[in-house]
Design a binder for this molecule. Sequence first.
Ligand code: FE
Length: 138
Amino acid sequence: MRVLLFLALLASFNDDEWQERLGRERYRIMRDKGTEPSYSGTYAVPGTSLVYLCAACDSPLFRSQEQYDVGNGWPNFTYPIAKESVYYLEDWSIGFKRYEVLCRCCNGHLGHVFNDGPPPKNLRFCINSICLKIENQE
Ligand code: FE
């Protein structure tokens, strides 16, 4: 029940409230669809057994078991923790088609998904570290 009330509260946030909740840089990325500078985040290299939550709404999004290091300075994953934890939007903002990845619960921008990942799914979810937090940590 508390979780549902929390999500209902987030759904009612206006821009000012999001800015206050997320802070300037996280707001720029999660609500304005920005990208953090490469290597600016702390999760570029996979850790041990971690669950990554949405930094805005605490939904579980990714696990380090599906994370791999491609050397580009962002955390990359083969798949989200569950199919329904994220959704996708077509993004033409830099002149060619990409797929934006968003948090299903709070509509926060997370990053992009590409089709150059390892088999069998060949997916690479390239996610901004600042959009993630580790379970039980702030
Ligand atoms: Fe979220």
